[in-house]
Design a protein around this ligand. Structure first.
Ligand code: NAD
Length: 419
């Protein structure tokens, strides 16, 4: 089953629960516009290479299409369709006036030089420029894209449009018109939800073991924030593998080591030494093993389809937070629900990123910039309200948080679509 088919199944499930008008389900099951582009990039050795990419605009009934751009060798159209659809639903869950879109380029950016990466970024953006705009479709960072790449996008768009358009992308560097707090917003939003759940359920952070899959923007920041809250980080991984430590992991030390040694799995001994605790030890684990480690909370912050029907019955965590998009397949979702494992779904848990992107759009439009505390205060309010709305629907429909998040979003979309 493709990732987009997973998404359609999730929409269908919510539609059954809420007895949704078939027309609304049909519209939400089809992206409104899909663009495939092939564009040339001059490589360092002088040859010309053609790369392929997509921009999918799923639905704009609540506002301009909004969503990140992913650079990854496994990108395909169905993946981008799914990600664009989830963006529409995510913006509706947190009730911000934006629709859903997503972009992707089929490339392993780690194989490019800095110059090649810049030329590829600019060439892709020129290719999609005719269909984007600050009131039409506003891209942002996703896997393997970052504020520097957003800066190249904005600069290329300015050349194409013949004027500076700050609001053309979000997730920009602060000096380029970015919002304070955007870099940490995805993880911060998820952590606000976790804090609220911990408060209500009397979880003691010091006695709560956390495993994090993915050590990039979302996972790396979550590690830092959770450690600051006193949670015990017992396992972390990146694309090459992970480490598990019996005395917890200091995320700052691990990040420093990752920069030096390139991968998390090369940092085992180093991290043990950092703690200076006798008997402290770390072991390297494969990615699949990390997910099955003993822990209370599992944070998924890498890629999609990580928990499937093959491993769902072996997961030991009691709560899973989806900072990544689509990390659990629908089959696995059912197994986890039967086992009583709480899943905080992606369209709620990672909506902090797009929420602060929306704040960035507002700041760019007014040319007035907010302090990080103000950004976080507004983000906190939105995330807690979204959690309450979703939990309210979970109770009303006697369903999982994912189903309830879809119902919450679709109710809001349905109203706008009818208008
Ligand atoms: P990133 O590129 O900064 O980090 C991704 C991390 O995942 C890297 O550390 C990478 O090594 C690791 N990884 C890849 N495959 C892995 C595997 N099989 N096992 C373990 N680790 C693996 O990307 P990011 O921005 O942190 O995005 C991560 C996820 O969060 C994606 O699903 C993305 O769509 C989602 N997300 C990101 C944002 C955002 O603002 N950046 C917002 C919403 C959702």
């Amino acid at each position: 089953m493709s990732l987009f088919q997973n998404t359609l199944k999730q929409i269908w499930k919510a539609a059954q629960l809420m007895k949704l008008n078939k027309d609304v389900e049909e519209v939400l099951s089809h992206p409104q516009r899909e663009i495939s582009v092939a564009f040339p990039v001059r490589m360092d050795d002088g040859c010309l290479k053609i790369f392929k990419g997509f921009r999918i605009q799923h639905n704009d009934s609540r506002g301009p299409y909004k969503g990140g751009i992913r650079f990854h060798q496994d990108v395909d159209k169905e993946e981008v369709q799914a990600l664009a659809t989830w963006m529409t639903l995510k913006c509706a869950v947190v009730n911000i006036p934006l629709g859903g879109g997503k972009g992707g380029v089929i490339v392993n950016p780690k194989e490019l030089s800095e110059g090649e990466l810049e030329r590829l970024s600019r060439s892709y953006f020129r290719a999609i420029a005719p269909v984007i705009g600050p009131d039409i479709d506003v891209p942002a960072p996703d896997v393997n894209t970052n504020p520097k790449i957003m800066g190249w996008f904005a600069d290329e768009y300015a050349k194409w449009a013949g004027k500076d358009v700050r609001g053309i992308v979000t997730g920009k560097a602060i000096d380029d018109g970015g919002s304070k707090g955007r870099g940490s917003a995805t993880a911060q939003g998820g952590v606000y939800i976790l804090q609220e759940m911990a408060k209500r359920n009397n979880w003691n952070p010091a006695e709560t073991k956390v495993v994090i899959q993915g050590f990039g923007n979302a996972g790396g920041t979550a590690a830092k924030l959770l450690a600051a809250d006193g949670y015990e980080l017992v396992g972390i991984s990146d694309s090459q593998g992970g480490i598990v430590c019996n005395h917890g992991i200091d995320p700052a030390g691990l990040m420093q080591c990752k920069v030096e040694k390139k991968t998390v799995k090369n940092c085992g001994v180093h991290v043990s030494e950092l703690h200076g605790v006798e008997g402290s030890s770390c072991k390297m684990v494969e990615n699949e093993e990390l997910l099955l480690e003993e822990c209370d909370i599992l944070v998924l912050a890498a890629l999609e389809n990580q928990i499937t029907k093959e491993n769902a019955h072996k997961i030991k965590a009691k709560v899973i937070i989806e900072l990544a998009n689509g990390p659990i397949t629908p089959d696995a979702d059912e197994i986890l629900a039967e086992r009583g494992i709480i899943v905080v779904p992606d369209i709620l848990a990672n909506a902090g990123g797009v929420t602060v992107s929306y704040f960035e759009m507002l700041q760019n439009a007014d040319d007035e910039y907010w302090e990080e505390d103000d950004v976080n205060e507004k983000l906190h309010k939105i995330m807690i309200k979204a959690l309450a709305d979703v939990e309210g629907n979970a109770k009303k429909y006697d369903c999982t948080l994912r189903e309830a998040a879809f119902v919450t979003a679709i109710e809001r979309l349905k109203d706008k679509m009818h208008l």
